[in-house]
Design a protein around this ligand. Structure first.
Ligand code: KG4
Ligand code: ZN
Length: 339
């Protein structure tokens, strides 16, 4: 069964064809990242306009590379939530038009479920497992009971891990996205040079909080500037990255031990982070747990992961009609029919 995936939730316009949820036949991505770098963050209006310009060519290329026409496609899977609303609407409306014109079933896919599925196209992992999802907009620990059944165990109370890395990176004067810059710079720094407070969420042992950490790093930079002191940015980047990864790994370990998981999966843009990958490996080695990480090319936003998740939603009978809308927020354990 061949699924055409379409993704446009942020600054990547992507399309892919995936067979039976696992075999990637094509994976095309056009990004407007370079334009957003000028502003230090994604400008929604620019992202939407670039999606509108690129989407048709990107979908065409994905079909061509997979050696397919629409006649070979069993369903169109499209990201409908969560994300930038104007960006999502471009993908959703394109998918609706294509589905209608070619009489192809339409399957709505939750973006974060898609990130989890980046592991299905990277390895032979099957649910159930415990997943740490860390992206620009989300930090969650989720029990993936089946391909379509998710239970949120822990989540961030404020900033997502990627968001905190990006904002801290901006304060340090690093190029957007800060998470990528901090990862690149950290090996040149001493990760023990700066000590940051370890945030605690008192009423939930599994939740995260990153805004205090982010403020601490921003204050460190501002105080040094006020006093005219030099700061070693590589030391600061490495120390901040260590603090963020410590928080993620501490809670992941707590949940896995207390809820007896021995299959651990990481997903989302921040899963590309070398420190997080190394610490997750060390954690799983210590406990003799199996660890699954997405291939680096599938960590960031792409449509192959959407087509993969779309396949599992499709075989479960999930369908959308022409009334499908886009949603800026949507919990991973819900869908537009249940909110
Ligand atoms: O999943 P994603 O591509 O988009 C969202 O769904 O949000 O995640 C983007 C986030 C950004 O915050 C970016 O800084 C972060 O992923 N990121 C990284 C790395 N690569 C991307 N953070 C740390 N280290 C990386 N290597
Ligand atoms: Zn994403």
């Amino acid at each position: 069964m061949k699924i055409l995936g379409i993704e446009s939730s942020c600054d990547e316009t992507a399309a892919a064809v995936v067979e039976d949820g696992r075999k990637v036949l094509s994976n095309i991505i056009a990004t407007s990242l370079e334009e957003h770098k000028l502003y230090g963050g994604v400008v929604p209006e620019i992202a939407s306009r670039r999606h509108a310009e690129s989407i048709s060519g990107v979908v065409k290329e994905a079909l061509e590379q997979a050696d397919c026409t629409m006649a070979d496609i069993d369903a169109i899977a499209v990201t409908y939530a969560p994300g930038l609303i104007g960006a999502l609407l471009v993908g959703v409306n394109f998918a609706k038009g294509l589905a209608l014109a070619t009489d192809t079933p339409l399957v709505p896919v939750h973006h974060i479920r898609g990130h989890i599925a980046s592991n299905y196209i990277s390895s032979d992992i099957e649910p159930p497992f415990l997943c740490l999802i860390v992206s620009g907009g989300h930090s969650h620990i989720v029990a993936v009971n089946s391909y379509t059944d998710f239970e949120i165990i822990g989540k961030t109370r404020d900033d997502a891990a990627g968001e905190a890395l990006d904002k801290a990176g901006r304060t340090m004067g690093l190029e957007y996205p800060g998470g990528v810059s901090i990862d690149k710079l950290s090996p040149q720094g001493n990760e023990n040079a700066y000590k940051f407070p370890k945030p605690k969420v008192s009423d939930s042992p599994y939740d995260f909080s990153f805004s205090g950490l982010k403020t601490a790093v921003i204050n460190t930079v501002h105080h040094a500037q006020q006093k005219g002191e030099d700061i070693d940015i590589a030391d600061l980047a490495a120390s901040f990255q260590k603090s963020v990864v410590d928080c993620l790994i501490t809670n992941l370990e707590k949940v896995a031990v207390e809820k007896s998981f021995n299959k651990i999966v990481i997903a989302g843009g921040v899963s590309a982070n070398s420190k997080l990958r190394a610490e997750a490996q060390a954690l799983c080695k210590k406990h003799k747990w199996s660890l699954y990480l997405p291939e680096l090319r599938y960590c960031g936003d792409n449509a192959a992961m959407i087509a993969s998740q779309g396949y599992y939603e499709f075989v479960q009978g999930e369908r959308a009609d022409e009334s499908l809308n886009a949603y800026a927020t949507m919990p991973i354990d819900k869908n537009y029919k249940t909110i």
